[in-house]
Design a binder for this molecule. Structure first.
Ligand code: C2O
Length: 547
């Protein structure tokens, strides 16, 4: 591979959408941020210079960062944030990975505006496991807030209320014509008839799973989270925040002289406030003649499932199988050395004295894994671990099981308070790990997109209700389960994931809804070094930021 240099200047600029202008933190003054494009095997040097008053870090979502957590980016987990006027170079090699991913800020709520596509092309002399597309297009789904997202997360943390929702969803930063004052900000995908386009669809939204569809066109799904899947045809995608889906769009053989809406809107089972509005882009056939006439044609609008269509979501998720062949072998753990059972969900924390809180019954919203709500330390866990200074930073007793078994998807317990702490779970090098992620009904069942840093994992099983440790494993797929870095834990259900702990370091795992992450639905793993020199965490770079 070659070395590619990028420079990310973190600057505030004014951006106008929906006739509202606001100042936002961006990379290089772009919203969404610039795409990062590389080939498998390349070495990336991304120099981040922070010119804004907020701290920041950048995370390369889905990049494995083998032995090199120093370049992973989650603030206070693998690094201290880059402070105002400081610089940090993310220095990493893309090993054994290709496909569509994303990069985003990993400090507070900054990823609402600081994010972009991360496209890894196959190495030279190597091709896709499907016919070469005529063109490749990135479709980055996001959100637009009329107000400052930072103020929104402060509201969620300080008053304990559910945060305000965004004011629009966006395609490549544009809300489209279904919002007021937004028709001119519409994403247009201009296509030729009879061609195959590869669409790289990324969900960079802050707090929403999104359905995605194109009127009168079906697509072939070929990749999820930068791993190839067995191709299947669908009219509808469902993508969680942090997930990516590559699809082939075959345009109609003859220009139908029409326009077709590209739509996205949430799938949500949350009880809180949700925005059920729809972002629209337009798929436009290029016709050589008469473009003025075709402008007046109506745009065809596709149907979308209801916002809480949980059975649609489950059917869609069940269609994914990893592509497994001699070129792309799978390595699914057949036996488990370490198993974990994690409840994920919302809860509450008491209202501090002399404060009014706006969460349930005057409490604050909180969120947890196994009832432990993560408190970020004031220094980075990876640094403390590497330099053996964990005292007062974290403890290594993250619970393997929830403190109290109850009917997780039925009647909730009457105590909703979470415990708080900075706890990590320790894994021996190369252990074969299973984690069952169980949604809970403590404040109502809800789907949670769980993301693991530093790894891909296999989704070996999923279902509704409480996980049954006797019978459910009998139905696991240990042959071609889909390989992801972010999985939607079904609303009122569970998923089982497996992976080999072959990447030493400290790795974050959390709900990829930003509000749940900030409420503490997160934990960290420490994967110990192996015996051989090439099984150990690399030394930190000299410019690693200090807290
Ligand atoms: Cu894309 Cu820790 O996140």
């Amino acid at each position: 591979g070659i070395t590619r240099h990028y420079k990310f200047n973190i600057v505030s600029i004014n951006v106008t959408r929906l006739c509202r202008t606001k100042s936002m933190v961006t990379v290089n003054g772009q919203f969404p941020g610039p795409p990062v494009v590389a080939r498998e095997g390349d070495h990336l040097l991304v120099k981040v210079v922070n010119h804004v008053s907020s701290n920041i870090t950048i995370h390369w979502h889905g990049i494995r960062q083998l032995r090199n957590g120093w370049a992973d980016g989650p603030s206070y987990i693998t690094q201290c944030p880059i402070q105002t006027n400081d610089t940090y170079v993310y220095n990493f090699t893309i090993t054994g990975q290709r496909g569509t991913l994303l990069w985003h800020a990993h400090f507070r709520e900054l990823r609402a505006t600081v994010h972009g596509a991360l496209v890894i092309l196959p190495p030279h002399n190597s091709s896709y496991p499907f016919p070469k597309p005529y063109k490749e297009v990135t479709i980055l789904l996001g959100e637009w807030y009329n107000t400052d997202p930072e103020a929104i997360i402060n509201q969620a943390l300080q008053t304990g209320a559910a945060p305000n929702v965004s004011d629009a969803y966006t395609i490549n930063g544009l809300p489209g014509p279904l919002y007021n004052c937004s028709a001119k900000d519409t994403y247009r995908l201009k296509v030729k008839p009879g061609k195959t386009y590869l669409l790289r669809v990324i969900n960079a939204a802050v707090d929403d799973d999104l359905f995605f569809t194109i009127a009168n066109h079906s697509v072939i799904v070929v990749e999820a989270d930068a791993t190839y899947v067995k191709p299947f045809e669908t009219e509808l995608l469902l993508i969680s925040p942090g997930q990516t889906t590559n699809v082939l769009l075959k345009t109609k053989p003859i220009a139908p002289n029409a326009k077709f809406f590209i739509l996205a809107r949430p799938y949500s089972t949350s009880l809180g406030a949700i925005d059920n509005t729809t972002v629209a882009g337009i798929l436009e056939y290029k016709t050589s003649s008469n473009s003025s006439k075709s402008k007046r044609l109506p745009v065809v609008r596709p149907p979308l499932p209801p916002i809480n269509a949980t059975s649609v979501a489950a059917n869609y998720s069940s269609r994914f199988r990893r592509l497994v062949n001699a070129h792309f072998p799978a390595n699914v753990p057949q036996k488990v050395d370490k198993n974990f059972y994690f409840t994920v969900g919302l809860g509450t924390s008491p209202c501090p004295k002399n404060q009014t809180c706006q969460g349930p019954n005057g409490t604050k919203f909180a969120a947890s894994i196994n009832n432990n709500s993560l408190v970020l330390p004031s220094t980075a866990i990876l640094q403390s671990y590497y330099f053996k200074k964990s005292n007062g930073v974290y403890t290594s007793n993250f619970p393997r099981f929830p403190p109290k078994p109850f009917n997780y998807t039925g009647t909730p317990p009457n105590i909703t308070f979470v415990a708080k702490g900075t706890k990590v779970a320790v894994l021996p090098f190369n252990a074969s790990v299973e984690v069952v992620l169980q949604d809970t009904s403590i404040l109502g069942i809800e789907r949670h997109p769980l993301h693991l840093h530093g790894y891909n994992f296999y989704v070996v099983g999923q279902g509704f209700g409480n996980f049954d440790s006797k019978n459910d494993p009998k139905n696991y797929n240990l042959v071609d389960p889909v390989e992801l870095n972010t999985v939607g834990v079904p609303s009122g259900g569970w998923v089982a994931i497996r992976f080999f702990a072959d990447n030493p370091g400290v790795w974050f795992m959390h709900c990829h809804f930003d509000v749940h992450l900030n409420w503490g639905l997160a934990m960290a793993w420490i994967v110990l070094d192996g015996k051989h020199p090439n099984e150990k965490v690399l030394p930190p770079p000299s410019d690693l930021p200090k807290c």
